[in-house]
Write a protein that binds this ligand. Sequence first.
Ligand code: CTP
Length: 400
Amino acid sequence: MSIKILLGVSGGIAAYKAAELVRRLGERGAEVRVVMTAAARSFITPLTLQALSGHEVRCDLLDPGAEAGMDHIELARWADLVLVAPATADLMARLAAGLADDLLTTLALATTAPLVLAPAMNHRMWLNPATQENLARLRDRGVRILGPAEGDQACGEWGPGRMLEPGEILDALVLGADSQLAGRQVLVTAGPTREALDPVRYLSNRSSGRMGYALAESLAARGAEVTMVSGPSALAVPHRVELVAVESALEMEAAVMARIGACDLFVAAAAVSDYRPQATAEEKIKKNQAELHLHLVKNPDILARVAALNGGPFTVGFAAETRDLEEQARTKLAAKGLDMIAANLVGGETGGFERPENALLVLWPGGRRSLPLGPKARLAEALSDLIVERYLADAASQDS
Ligand code: CTP
């Protein structure tokens, strides 16, 4: 199945590079549809991009003819990825503000696909605090930014603001057979589990699933076939991720073990309930006793089970600690036989459950890296990069 890319072109001199980008995306097997802003048409004609993409180029939000075909909501739904190249300072400002004042910004708001920007502008505009603030806001929402590069600019000046070359953008997008995780099967657990006490009550925890969902999304964007076994979560299923919905730890374990044979990489981001009621009452428990004692039994440790498999996948676990972070996490890494562990401090001022931000200390046998405090979407990107780096290093050492 080819990846469907919606290419947004905004009005900067680098818009001429969009032609080569469309051609080369097509060569890599992507299906491309192009949307241009009004200003982009001053730099390159829709006809050029139409000829190269093989599809009508869309420019206007209020175009009855075009809307009668694939309307803008369908177009937003169609895309697996929205790439804006070049992204001007004005476009970034409008995206950061959440405006929907033309077709491209409307599509960016309406899509659930990952958004990737390749900025291009004069270096003073790039370094202006207004642009830098917009950039930070977009990054915090999980928007991926490619570049800009530093170099000679069309205005004759030198500095950061030059759009990456189409080849560099393609490499960063890692499409098709070239992608870092192409053909690899990844299994992610996410969210909390619910352990039923009776037909209406359960034991659970405050996990939102945010970290697991963000990781599943960013690993899928790196080309992996991602299946996510998730406990109940209000979050939308990320693009190109297959969801297996479960409730209890035992259901999660069964869903994982049924799929682990084919899996290359296992990321356990779920907050699995450590205990479950020994028995689930068939009828609703009545309040006719002065005290109620729950008898809990231990749930299986899914991560430890997977890590103990002979010839099993590369395993990544999480650890939440209230003190001695590195020491405790290193002990867990060894005790469970993991390839990597991402540990965070809970109970303090920084991060943890129900907080949008987190910081992680990532450990593996013989190595460590700190990922500083940041929004979970941004942290998930950094952690994905590190997982891919370690996974590929491990796979290479096993081949040699
Ligand atoms: N995990 C799991 N199955 C369980 C419990 C935990 O797969 N039954 C996974 C989690 O998804 C996470 C890691 O194991 O990746 C957390 O390990 P755990 O030992 O439960 O960490 P803590 O909850 O921090 O442990 P403890 O309370 O023992 O410190």
